[in-house]
Every structure is written in C-alpha cells, then in structure tokens.
Design a protein around this ligand. Structure first.
Ligand SMILES: Nc1ncnc2c1ncn2[C@@H]1O[C@H](COP(=O)(O)OP(=O)(O)O)[C@@H](O)[C@H]1O
Ligand SMILES: N[C@@H](CC(=O)OP(=O)(O)O)C(=O)O
Length: 574
C-alpha cells in the first residue's frame, strides 16, 4: 500500500511497506513521524504527529493530524486539521513579531516553533525587519548621500545587512534567491542616492521597505521548508492603501475590505499561512511604497485583525508585556496584566516605545483583544488589552517618559476677557502643521508642549520653532522652553487626588518642581512637565513609591486601593 502524507501542503509520498509505523526521513526534507495503530478501510483517527527538521533533526512541533483510510483510493491519507481538506477553518488570529524577535536564523527557527506550537490557531503572521535592519538601512542611505557611487559597496551598514540576510538564509537552509534580487536592488538604490545626492522622504520609505520585504520572504520560505505551507505578502500589494505622507503615512479606510478580500480568498482557495510585511503601505496617489512610522508593524497587525474580524491580535516582543515603566530607565519594571485600549493608546502616544501610537485604533474599532507577549518567554502571561477592565481597584498602571520636549508659555497681550485667544493660538499650530501634546490654560495664558516628532519621524527643527514663536508673538508674549520631559501617569484618574498627593510628596522629597500639569478628559492620564535632567530620577522615584514598597508606600491588599494586580497602594502618614 502507498501512504500519501500531506502536512500543510508538503507531500511526502513513501511507498512504505508498513503504513502504520514510523516514517523514515527523506534527506534534506522535513519529515513526519506518525505513530498510530492499524486502521480499517474508511476509518479515520486523530493521531499525534511530530514534524522534524530534516537537516538538524530537532523536533519542530507536535501536532494533531487526522488520518483516514480511504477504500476507494486504497490509500492512507493524512491531513492536518483543516488544511488540505475541502473543509477549511477560518483564520483565527494575528501574530506579529518585531525586529527583536526575528533578528537571526536561530530566532526565526524559534518563532516558527512558537507559531506552529499553537495547533488550534490559524494565524496571519506579520513581521518587522530583522533586528536593527531599519536603522541600518536609514544610516546606509545617509552615508550614500555623502559618498561616491563606487564607495557605496564599502558602507558598513550595507555589508552588515547583506551578511545578516545571506547568513540567515544559509543557516535556515532556504534558497538564497529569496533575498538575492532584493540585496542587488538595494545596492543599486544606494548607488542611485550616491549619484544624485538626494534622499527624499519618498526614497527613504522605499529604502527601508527592503527590511520587511526580505524578513518575510525568508520566514515564509523557512516555514515551507519545514512543511508548514506559507505564503508571503507585501502589504503594499494586498491593499494597504495609505495617505502619501511618506515616513508617517496613515492607513485609509479602503484598506480593510481590500485586505480582507485577498487574504480571505487566498486562504479559502488554497490554505497557506499568510506572512505579511509589517510597517509598509502604498500611497493612494503616488502608488509607491509608504511607511507607517517607526514601529508601524504593530499597526499593520491590528489593521489585519480588524479587516478579517479575527479573535485576537498577538504582538510578540522581547519583554514580558507592557511594563510599569521603561525597563531601560528602571530595571524593576513589572508586567501590567490588563490594560484598556484607552490606557494602551495613551501610554503609546506619550512615549512607551512598546506599542505604535496608532496601533490601538483598529483594535478598539473592531473590539479585538490585543495580547502583548514575550517571544523569548512565551509562558509569561503578557498583557491583555481590551475595551474595558475592572478599574475598581486600579490606581496607577504605568509611568511613561517622553524626553526632549519643547514647551511654550503663551500669555495674551490683551489681558482678561479676550475671546478667541485660544482659537487664534491653535489655528497657528494648525497652519504650521505642528501637533500639540499637553495643554494647560487660563483665560489669558496657555502652556503647552509640542510633539517633538510626528510619530517619531520628523524632528522639530530650530527654524520651525522660530517660525512658531514669530507667528504667536503677533498676539501674545511667548516664552520658549526646551529640554523638558513629560512624565505621564497612566491609570485611574478617578483617583487623581490620591495619585497626585503621592506624586507631589515624591517630587518634594527629590527637590523637583513641576512646571506644568494636565489631567486630560480621557480619565486615564495625568501629565507632568519637568526638566529633562531631572526626569529619569523622577520616574525611578515614582516607580518605587507606587509599585514597590518604598519610602512612601506600603503593601496592604485589603485597603481597596490596589494598583491593579501589581501592588497595593496606601499612603503612610508621616
Ligand atoms: N512601558 C514599557 N513596557 C514594555 N516595554 C517598554 C516600555 N517602555 C519602553 N519599552 C521598550 O520597548 C521595547 C519593545 O518594543 P520594540 O523594540 O518596538 O519591540 P519590537 O521590535 O519587538 O516590536 C522593549 O524592549 C523595552 O525596552
Ligand atoms: N522595522 C520598522 C517597523 C517596526 O514595526 O519595527 P519593530 O516591530 O521592530 O518595532 C521599524 O524599525 O520601525
């Protein structure tokens, strides 16, 4: 009897004498070991199955397969759940892996293991560029600007990118051709930049797109190699339509039906794990590659989640979820188990690098839970972000720092009773295309901070600042204050008195003066402005006070003021 094994599209046919034993590996191919008992014709069983990597013989994944013995074809047919059969299951979730998760061949193997380790899921995979490739591409572009055509090949970052991708392809045992054409084109592009000595935002986007285009091709090829049928997609080729704001493009509404149509119809007609480039789109007018701002793959993931109406969006990072503060500022940061979309959005907007500032919008609109997990520690529960959560015991969730912020004090020259003053000030910012972060007002004065970068890409330059001041001086006295930091306290602002009491004690103890304070209508954020050089000290001290049993707090789980699931909150009278 001939046994035909079909596993995720890879067929290993073997004229095996004993169809119900352990199958032999075929050289250089992934193989299955299937153990089950003797079957009667027309019977089927679910059998445990192990998929191995043919080269190094490491176990890749355990899965369940359905084995049926069909009388009419006189064959034992093995099918993985849903795939390869007429009865296709729906796609279930998005799994997004950032650069920190897919920085090497070893990491790609581990991520493949991780993905296939959830046999109950039919995921859409979204990948960022490998490791720090985006930074290297941007640096290579800058260097190309100032070097001659023939010197392009000597740019260290280009060499690094080539070596990383070729080494990865080689170590994973996939064909070099999956990246060779891209590497060649990348070099030609850098030579073009060197020749014309121009690097526009449009070219910059095209340049960085090579990172995601290559990582997804490598990963999809590797999945196919190990027998998990996968299909690579460039986001700009499947309907990610954006504005033409290069380096910080916004996703347009027509993206959702277009993406749904392509991914869904491909999946139903020929199921294969979709592997989609994060971060990239296609400009609606220009029809060329755009990017969604640094960290934009998170947004790609949530957009796909909403487009397909999936059950869950998983964002896999190199930390155990969203933490109580940036771990590089304070190593004792702890994972936050639950967040609302609003909290996560504020946290991201006010500078927590862990999530893209806009990524919560599609998830919130589609009401799709987002889970932030650690690809280096998959067993850690991570952070679950949902529409609402029990806030009755929550006080402070996370402390976020945004540094190098510019602050403006604007005082009306007309003094009291001047209507239209605020409107004039804000229309000036609108005309100049500058976003405002934090605002505090009285009738005749406004203090505000300017967003230092629109989604981390465009630094405000001195010339622009001078222009803002010049315009505002037509109606007010303006004081420009640079090198400030915004410390944002994300949590239950219903308890603002309690939070602020503690905050001001911490600041007083540390001799820090708060220069501006704002409690937004969002009810999840209080922002405080301090000098840049005092900011990290403040974050550490606040973290100790709120999340550790420090000088100003003690843990008492029964006091009704627990800090979520992290630690209790009680101000000790001094
Ligand atoms: N509040 C926070 N919670 C978790 N991580 C944070 C926070 N603030 C800053 N980070 C940083 O964000 C990093 C993860 O985000 P990022 O580098 O964009 O991951 P990826 O490349 O995997 O998408 C962490 O390594 C951590 O250093
Ligand atoms: N590669 C892009 C997009 C991205 O989302 O990356 P990451 O997921 O590694 O933050 C960047 O570095 O900005």
């Amino acid at each position: 009897m001939t046994v035909s094994l079909q596993f995720l599209g890879v067929t290993t046919s073997s004229p095996h004498k004993d169809p119900f034993g352990i199958l032999n590996p075929s050289r250089n191919n992934p193989f299955l070991s299937v153990a089950f008992g003797r079957l009667q014709f027309a019977e089927s069983v679910v059998a445990p199955c192990r998929l191995y990597d043919g080269g190094c013989r490491t176990r890749v994944v355990d899965r369940s397969i359905t084995v049926c013995c069909k009388k009419e074809v006189n064959k034992a047919v093995v099918e993985e759940r849903g795939r390869g059969s007429g009865n296709v299951e729906e796609l279930t979730c998005v799994m997004k892996f950032g650069g920190s998760s897919v920085g090497s061949a070893e990491r790609m193997r581990e991520v493949a293991d991780l993905v296939l380790g959830f046999p109950e899921e039919n995921p859409v995979i979204v990948l960022s560029a490998m490791g720090k490739t985006t930074n290297h591409l941007l640096l290579a572009g800058e260097k190309a600007l100032s070097c001659g055509n023939s010197d392009v090949t000597k740019i260290d970052e280009l060499t690094f990118i080539k070596e990383l991708h070729l080494r990865t392809v080689q170590e994973l045992g996939v064909d070099t051709c999956v990246v060779s054409a891209h590497l060649e084109e990348l070099e030609q592009l850098l030579k073009g930049i060197a020749r014309i000595k121009e690097l526009t935002l449009r070219t910059r986007d095209y340049l960085v797109s090579f990172g995601e285009c290559m990582s997804t091709r490598i990963f999809a090829a590797y999945l196919n190699k190990i027998g998990a049928k996968a299909r690579q997609y460039d986001a700009f080729g499947i309907g990610f339509i954006t504005t033409d704001d290069f380096t910080c493009a916004e996703i347009l509404e027509e993206t959702y039906p277009a993406v749904e149509k392509i991914l869904h119809s491909d999946w139903t007609s020929d199921p294969a794990i979709p592997v989609v480039t994060g971060f990239l789109g296609k400009g609606c007018k220009s029809c060329v590659v755009t990017t969604l701002g640094r960290g934009g793959s998170d947004l790609t993931a949530t957009t796909i989640g909403k487009a397909l109406g999936l059950r869950e969006i998983q964002v896999w990072k190199d930390v155990d979820g969203v933490l109580t503060c940036d771990p590089s500022i304070h190593p004792r940061a702890e994972p936050v188990p639950y967040l609302t979309f609003d909290e996560a959005a504020e946290l991201a907007y006010f500078g927590a690098q862990v999530l893209h500032p806009q990524s919560m919008i599609p998830a919130r609109e589609g009401e799709i839970p987002v889970r932030v997990k650690n690809s280096y520690n998959p067993k850690a529960p991570g952070t679950l972000i949902t529409k609402c959560r029990d806030m009755s015991k929550a006080v402070l969730t996370s402390i976020v720092l945004k540094q190098n912020v510019t602050m403006l004090d604007i005082v009306s020259t007309r003094m009291l009773g001047q209507f239209g003053f605020l409107a004039k000030v804000f229309s000036t910012f609108e005309d100049l295309g500058i976003s405002v972060d934090v605002v505090a007002t009285s009738e005749v004065s406004i203090s505000l901070t300017l967003d230092p970068s629109k989604f981390w890409s465009r630094e405000l330059i001195q010339q622009e600042l001078d222009h803002v001041v010049e315009e505002l001086q037509k109606i007010a006295v303006v004081n420009l204050l640079q090198h400030r930091s915004i410390i944002s306290l994300i949590g239950n602002v219903q308890r603002s008195s309690l939070i602020l009491e503690k905050v001001f004690r911490v600041f007083r103890t540390n001799g820090v003066n708060v220069q501006m304070i704002s409690q937004g209508a969002s009810k999840v954020n209080i922002s405080l402005i301090v000098n840049d050089n005092e900011a990290e000290k403040c974050v550490k001290a606040l973290h100790c006070a709120f999340f550790e049993s420090g000088d100003l707090s003690e843990t008492d789980p029964d006091d009704g003021f627990s800090n979520g699931n992290i630690s209790a909150f009680k101000v000790r009278s001094r």
